[in-house]
Design a protein around this ligand. Sequence first.
Ligand code: NAD
Length: 297
Amino acid sequence: MTEIIDGNAVASTLREELTGCVETLAAADERPTLATVLMSEDPASETYVSMKQDDCEEVGIGARDVTLDADAPAEDLFEVVDDLNNDDDVNAILVQSPVPDHVDYREVLERIDPMKDVDAFHPENVGRLVAGYPRYKPCTPHGIQRLLAAADVDTEGKDAVVVGRSRIVGKPMVNLFIQDAPGGNATTTVCHSRTDDLAAKTREADIVVAAAGVPELVDGSMLEEGAVVIDVGINRVEAEDGDGTTLVGDVDFESAKEKASAITPVPGGVGPMTRAMLLYNTVKATSLQTDTAVELP
Ligand code: NAD
């Protein structure tokens, strides 16, 4: 029987646990606050930001919301980041990507105070992760580690294949899998757009993480019997019945389910965990910035 790993359920439990941490911090007059910065008219980005704010409200985290016109000068965004860095009432900063073409996103990331960088994209936080002593773990791969743990998948000594080498998913996933730490110690192969014979690589894997942004790239024929399959992809495609669009992952769920011992669905797998780990990092940031210790779940 294939286990369908329920990201909504794991994320919901984590949010409940984080609510207790937020209460502890609030009782010490240190309620965590996350500032989101939106500089885009893209409806998807607007939705992501509003979902993040709703999540904050659910667990009692304060939400600060800054919106800039998409055609405002880059300097305006830099000033907002500087102000948030200097604001003691703000513990965590997230600049929603993508930013407009005239803004250098790298400059934005390097400007955010690394202690408030809850996406963990600042070079200091990336460096710490690679060096093996992460401060914050990037939300999506950290959420995947939590999903694997919740499904009782021990990564130690396993062969893991990560499909995709992006800054936000593939690369940090590889770094977490190879750490000498719980959720790590996997023998890890990273595949990407120039990989020759992807199926030969995935067929060797005990754990496959698909994060390529290619609809249904990984199907059952590419999997070893009993593999654990984590589908990160979120792809909007035309519905099969021709009626509008639908969401699919980077895995062909139906054929993969026949081979897998455990698999995440899309939606309802990795997505909710990514959101929950942002709350986790915000609580952790607050705890690190104050004298109030909390026991993180
Ligand atoms: P990206 O476009 O930045 O990177 C995609 C990576 O896949 C690249 O490294 C590329 O080399 C590799 N790739 C592309 N085609 C390939 C192929 N045919 N074979 C092997 N590798 C290939 O994408 P990203 O930001 O890492 O996101 C990947 C997917 O995950 C997207 O669908 C995105 O929407 C989704 N995503 C989901 C979450 C979530 O919380 N569920 C979070 C982030 C991204």
